[in-house]
Design a protein around this ligand. Structure first.
Ligand code: SAH
Length: 274
């Protein structure tokens, strides 16, 4: 197979489906993602992710790779699509959020893709922060920042800067990739930065393996968060100055109580015109 051969009218038109399959359970997979996995001739993904969608895959070519082989995975997917195949490149959560969609476009650019040679569709999924937020209660009701603590591709200094800015601006903060067996220091430093500007009893939600086997949920606070297990499959949500615990759940008020009596629904003050 020649990778960059122009498609002839006889050849089937290739398509590249970039699929986010959500946190893991089939109930949280979108219809379109399910359609894509069923419709594709070839499924490509990280081994663990393929295992999560395996029940949906029958009579298809499966290409599984290890975690550090992202470029190879994206290249294979693009080249197979250019050869006329329908290929699904799968990521957990949302494929466009710390997933494979961007890298796939970079590889497409490298192959000279102009937007017409094959069909490309990005299919969104329920990302970890929204899966975890729903389990914890309603912590993302106000402005939030999402920060990955992985410094494999981003310099740690840049990450520190973002953490500080988000903490100072009172964003709720979602931390992806908080810790791995080799990366243990980042979450400690992140906590130190947040402790400098936020109350030490600010609620912190720690969710491992949301909506898949092994799910574990902890609601803690900034001072004690590190006493709980945190790993590769954990997402952490740090509340803002208003976040509080209601019936064991983590909730960030939107601000209704400042304007309305929640009991009667009556407006407390006249609203300003925008
Ligand atoms: N594209 C994915 C993110 C991949 S980055 C998404 O949109 O969710 C990998 C990180 O995502 C993990 O380190 C963890 O922080 C988070 N993550 C992915 N799946 C998760 C799950 N089921 N529960 C908790 N965190 C998860």
């Amino acid at each position: 197979m020649s990778n960059n051969a122009p498609l002839t009218p006889e050849s089937p038109r290739g398509s590249l489906l970039l699929v986010g399959f959500g946190p893991g359970s089939e109930e949280h997979l979108t219809h379109r993602a399910k359609w894509a996995i069923e419709h594709a001739e070839i499924i490509i993904g990280y081994r663990t992710y393929i295992d999560l969608v395996r029940p949906l895959i029958q009579n298809k070519t499966i290409i599984q790779t290890g975690m550090t082989e992202e470029i190879e995975r994206a290249s294979q997917a693009v080249d197979l699509a250019f050869s006329g195949k329908t290929v699904a490149l799968v990521s957990s959560g949302d494929v466009g959020i710390y997933g494979m969609a961007g890298l796939a476009y970079e590889v497409l650019a490298d192959r000279g893709y102009t937007g017409t040679e094959i069909d490309v569709e990005v299919i969104p999924g329920v990302t970890a922060l929204s899966a975890c937020a729903s389990i914890l209660g309603a912590p993302l009701m106000h402005d939030f920042a999402s920060i990955s603590l992985s410094d494999l591709l981003t310099p740690w200094e840049v990450i520190r800067k973002r953490l500080r800015a988000a903490a100072e601006a009172d964003f709720v903060i979602a931390l992806y990739n908080p810790k791995s067996s080799k990366r243990v220091r980042q979450i400690e430093e992140a906590r130190e930065i947040m402790m400098e500007v936020r109350d030490h009893d600010t609620p912190v939600g720690i969710v491992k393996s949301a909506m898949r086997e092994g799910e574990n949920i902890v609601i803690s606070n900034l001072s004690e968060m590190l006493t709980h297990p945190i790993g590769m499959l954990t997402t952490i949500l740090v509340g803002n100055s208003q976040t509080r615990i209601i019936a064991g759940k983590m909730v960030t008020p939107r601000g209704y109580q400042k304007k309305y009596n929640i009991h009667t629904g009556d407006r407390l003050t006249k609203s300003k015109t925008l």
